[in-house]
Design a protein around this ligand. Structure first.
Ligand code: I4D
Ligand code: MG
Ligand code: MG
Length: 247
């Protein structure tokens, strides 16, 4: 099926995986709150409160999943007082379980993760995505940013087709930074902690502090690289995740 546009896909598997995760957690923690991509699509509210909250993307990379393009993840973040306390991203086809607990480091299948030590943007690979908007103005901004970043110049630009795996690539030191405008809180909640616990830096595309509900992110190995990327981004602001639905 489709959601916000003809290219914003969802399958029965997305919906069933989300229901399975929520039911399993509810059995143990009946008072906790949930923000799930497909529950929000079905009309549930998307407001992050101080309450213990599970932030779930049941399939990150649904378009990849539909096309058998082998990068698909399950992303689960857990927040208290609006701060992510642990994050789990399972990269299904790679069989890699990325985990992080605030203050306790980030791991892949139990092995510690550390971001790249590259400080020179011109020796870097940057990850980003085209996203699912096909609005001409948004696409113009996305391509303008992409052109600016490519022409720094950087060694390359890559995209796994899933924000969560892109962030795990930053945490693993495979790419120096990832940025995107248009993602949602469920795409980045778990990955944001995995990046920071691997020694990385998070910020908004305007250089300010990361706001999980803003639909904008820069995740990088260092502040130097993050701020250099910010200089090249033609920023815009999609409707926030917690913006009341316009009737
Ligand atoms: O819808 P899913 O859960 O597959 O999330 C992806 C978005 O659909 C993309 O637009 C966006 O560019 C990212 O790839 C994000 O991970
Ligand atoms: Mg997603
Ligand atoms: Mg999804």
């Amino acid at each position: 099926m489709t959601k916000s546009s003809s290219v914003d896909l969802v399958t029965q598997t997305d919906q069933k995986v989300e229901q399975l995760i929520i039911q399993s957690v509810k059995e143990k923690f009946p008072t906790h709150r949930f923000i799930g991509e497909e529950s929000v699509a079905a009309g549930e509210s998307c407001v992050l409160t101080d309450a213990p909250t599970w932030i779930i993307d049941p399939i990150d990379g649904t378009t990849n999943f539909v096309h058998a393009f082998p990068f698909v993840a399950v992303s689960i973040g857990f927040s208290v007082n609006k701060q992510v306390e642990f994050g789990v991203v399972f990269s299904c086809l790679e069989d890699k379980m990325f985990t992080a607990r605030r203050g306790k480091g980030a791991f892949c299948n139990g092995e510690p993760l550390q971001v790249s030590d590259q400080e020179d943007i011109k020796q870097s690979i940057i990850a980003t995505e085209f996203g699912s908007s096909r609005d001409p103005d948004a696409v113009d901004r996305i391509f303008s940013s992409l052109r600016n970043v490519l022409c720094i110049p950087v060694h390359g630009v890559r995209g796994a087709g899933t924000a969560a795996i892109n962030m795990c690539l930053v945490a693993s030191g495979c790419v120096e930074a990832y940025y995107e405008i248009g993602i949602h809180v469920w795409d980045i909640a778990a990955g944001s902690l995995i990046v920071s616990e691997a020694g990385g830096v998070l910020m908004d595309v305007d250089g300010g502090p990361l706001d999980l509900m803003s639909r904008r992110i820069v995740a990088a190995n260092s502040r130097t690289i993050a701020e250099r990327i910010v200089r090249e981004i033609d920023a815009f602001g999609p409707p926030r995740d917690d913006e009341p639905l316009r009737r």
